[in-house]
Ligand binder design. Structure first.
Ligand code: NDP
Length: 278
């Protein structure tokens, strides 16, 4: 089945840095993922890079107790593993750690030196082999997306995953509209800016508006990212309490006035900018 973010829950589960701590921390992280899956979140994002496989290993321990077709699994390979031979090797290693026999999406984590045609051909082979359902890219700028779509089978790319939060709105200018026009789903990473505290110190408006709405600043930030229902956001949390809070954020609505107020502090992009990445 072709991947479309409209068939997933409004938020997915980010997993960078999970599985890297002691047993108590790992247990809490596993509980957080379980909490999310049990309440209908149906997409998990990981990568071979995260903790050098530790994130995938932790996810594998959780998902072996779940029916596989009830959720979608996304992983990513390094740009220096982007040749057909190395893609297959990386993928098989990821599948082993994840204790599953297929991925729903397999992404080139960021662009490297391997020609896109080679990478696409390797990914298409993995689709034919039934090891992945769909493939995509991450940290691609508009020029990269256009170049990709012009390669043989490049139009089979189902998603691009880029940084997106209230303080990093660059993708709104041309990447998001281009992806919509080409039927390619957009996944926004780091809705809290990775370091969850930075905006709150910078702009008091976030804290004030959250207080007025009876929600937390984190809920406001997450709800803002998904306000137009046109993309998937993948917050990461290591705690059940925060997972619960993030799930509740999906129901938060904004008035036009509130959105305009936020735009004043965090303006929309008015020209093409270099893609921000983390
Ligand atoms: P996020 O923007 O999701 O922020 C994570 C931070 O926010 C953590 O410190 C977390 O702490 C905190 N947090 C989460 N929920 C709450 C809450 N409700 N209340 C208070 N604090 C909260 O950062 P990430 O960079 O991890 O981005 C999310 C995911 O996106 C990654 O995990 C990864 O899957 C993906 N990603 C992809 C990239 C790519 O190149 N494709 C690059 C970066 C990220 P705590 O754990 O204690 O809850």
């Amino acid at each position: 089945m072709t991947f479309n973010h409209q068939n997933t829950s409004a938020i997915g589960i980010g997993t960078w840095h999970l599985g890297e701590g002691n047993q108590t921390k790992t247990e809490s992280e596993m509980q957080a993922i379980k909490y999310g899956l049990d309440r209908g979140i149906n997409l998990i994002d990981t990568a071979e890079m995260y903790g050098d496989g530790l994130s995938e290993t932790l996810i594998g321990k959780v998902i072996k107790n779940y029916q596989r077709d009830n959720f979608q699994l996304v992983s990513k390979f390094y740009p220096f593993h982007a040749t057909p031979k190395l893609i297959e090797q990386s993928l098989k290693n990821s599948l082993k750690r994840l204790q599953t026999d297929y991925l729903d999406l397999y992404l080139l984590h960021w662009r490297g030196n391997t020609p896109l045609t080679e990478t696409v051909s390797g990914l298409e082979k993995m689709v034919q082999a039934g090891l992945i359902k769909n493939w995509g890219v991450s940290n691609f700028d508009l020029d990269d997306l256009k170049e990709l779509s012009a390669t043989k089978d490049g139009s089979h790319c189902r998603i691009n995953e880029d940084l997106y939060n209230i303080a990093s709105r660059g993708i709104e200018y041309s990447i998001l509209p281009w992806q919509k026009e080409h039927g390619m789903s957009f996944v926004g990473y780091s809705p809290f800016g990775s370091d969850g505290g930075q905006f709150l110190k910078i702009k008091p408006i976030i804290q004030q508006m959250a207080k007025d709405k009876g929600i937390t600043p984190y809920q406001l930030l997450l709800a803002w990212v998904i306000r137009n229902h046109d993309l998937l956001s993948i917050p990461k949390t290591a705690s059940v309490e925060h997972m619960q809070s993030n799930i509740k954020a999906v129901d938060v609505q904004f008035t036009t006035d509130e959105l305009q107020l936020l735009d004043q502090s965090y303006p929309k992009p008015t020209s093409e900018t270099t893609l921000e990445t983390i």
